[in-house]
Ligand binder design. Structure first.
Ligand SMILES: [Zn+2]
Length: 137
């Protein structure tokens, strides 16, 4: 199955119940992230406790989805779900609020560079859920 927005594979994500606010927003194309009320750490991946200080006082906020490419590679050979999608871009994107997200950069690969600004979007998954990906702005 292919994500309609990116043309990349769209395997069904593992949607843990504790991250329900994230998945509910993702289904509407919005990026919502958890933040620790005690130490202000923005938590990735989405979960209901803070991996930095252990607090369970977590609030969910609407993130802008803006970030930049922290690191990336072009995958030219792989196995499994993504085998038919090569070449594609696997990247760490650093969101403006801090977390680094392992993701894909959709769209044209020419001229891709570390530091370039990117914007989040969600690839709807036909079987349910949505995958967070980015494109250059
Ligand atoms: Zn914390």
């Amino acid at each position: 199955m292919t994500g309609p927005a990116s043309g990349l594979p769209a395997p069904e994500p593992e949607m843990s119940p504790e991250a329900e606010p994230y998945w509910a927003a993702a289904a509407e194309g919005r990026l919502v992230l958890p933040r620790c009320r005690r130490c202000d750490h923005v938590i990735w991946y989405p979960r209901a406790f803070c991996p930095r200080c252990g607090s369970v006082e977590v609030e969910w906020f609407q993130a802008s989805g803006a970030g930049h490419i922290y690191s990336y590679t072009v995958v030219r050979q792989t196995q499994g779900t993504y085998a038919g999608a090569v070449p594609y871009v696997l990247a760490y994107v650093e969101l403006e609020k801090g977390p680094r997200v392992l993701t894909n950069i959709a769209g044209e690969m020419d001229g891709l560079a570390v530091g370039q600004p990117v914007q989040a979007f969600f690839d709807p998954v036909p079987t349910g859920g949505a995958i967070l990906r980015f494109r250059r702005v």
